[in-house]
Write a protein that binds this ligand. Structure first.
Ligand SMILES: [Zn+2]
Length: 295
């Protein structure tokens, strides 16, 4: 089974086994339409998610897209790589320090037989999930400290050579981490660097380029945007038909009753009028219809 889900609710799918969840985030509405068309064509259900980040230019919006792919490690590897049950409290950000794709990064992690492991790898196209967030990984270098035992490890790919691919991978990570924070109802204080736990210079590219504050601020800003209440569409001003005098009311009721008796209109209109739910527009139109049909 494949499903395309928008808006984002990653967390719900983690315990579902044998289900590939592809979650697509596009920041340009044009791409939303494309994604939905594709989903409909292959017989899937989809609903519109528009992240609506005003901070993004159209060009950046086009670059920022990821699909979430479930590539969980087999349960047989849990003792080695996802050793303990975990209730996450933090998100730890890493750079891979190589140029592998997220899918290859996870494939490598799954086939080698060392304990090193993390939950998610992100590149310019994909967010690949490898370990459910209710299991611990081995990525923070702090033994049984909170980095390993209480944090979701996220690797940002392509950090070795950098460039456009890395830039887009990092932008996707910012987007994804902001969604995770919102989902867990966490603040930006839950975001840690690998360096915070063990002193290792990781995420090396973000640190080397002196952008730890900038990346943190970008996540915080995106989180605020996601948390902002959706604007409520202005209510249409519908005026109800409520005659001010009892005489008028009775007369109109009688008028409708007669029309119903003669089979000109349905009795729904009388029910609506009696309960004050007949709009002025409908009352006027009813008069026209009754007169026409009465000829
Ligand atoms: Zn690291």
């Amino acid at each position: 089974m494949i499903s395309i889900r928008l808006p984002l609710k990653h967390y719900r799918f983690f315990s579902v086994s044998g289900v590939i969840v592809i979650e697509v985030v596009y920041t340009a509405s044009y791409h939303n339409i494309q994604a939905i068309l594709v989903a409909v064509m292959i017989g899937l259900s989809a609903s519109v998610y528009y992240s609506g980040s005003k901070a993004l230019t159209e060009k950046e919006g086009e670059n920022m897209a990821y699909a979430i792919i479930n590539n969980y490690i087999p349960v047989s590897l849990y003792p080695l790589k996802a050793t303990y049950p975990m209730t996450p409290e933090y998100i730890t950000i890493h750079n891979t320090a190589n140029d592998a794709t997220a899918l290859n990064e996870i494939a490598y992690m799954t086939r080698n037989l060392v304990a090193t492991s993390y939950h998610v790898a992100i590149d310019d196209k994909h967010v690949v999930l490898a370990i459910p967030f209710d299991r611990s990984g081995w990525h923070a270098g702090d033994g049984n400290g909170s980095g390993n035992r209480k944090s979701i490890g996220i690797e940002i790919c392509y950090s070795k050579s950098g460039g456009e691919r890395y830039k887009n991978a990092e932008a996707n990570a910012i987007e994804y981490v902001a969604h995770l924070l919102k989902q867990y109802d966490w603040g930006i204080d839950r975001v840690k660097w690998h360096r915070d736990w063990s002193g290792k210079e990781c995420p090396h590219r973000i640190i080397d380029e002196g952008r730890t504050t900038a990346v943190r601020n970008a996540i915080a800003k995106r989180l605020e945007e996601l948390k902002a209440p959706k604007p409520i569409p202005p209510k249409e001003d519908v005026r109800m038909f409520n005659p001010s005098s009892a005489t008028l009311k009775v007369a109109f009721e009688q008028y409708l009753t007669d029309a119903i008796k003669e089979g000109l209109i349905s009795d729904k209109w009388l029910t609506d009028f009696k309960s004050g739910k007949l709009s002025l527009d409908d009352a006027l139109a009813l008069k026209v219809i009754i007169d026409q049909r009465n000829k």
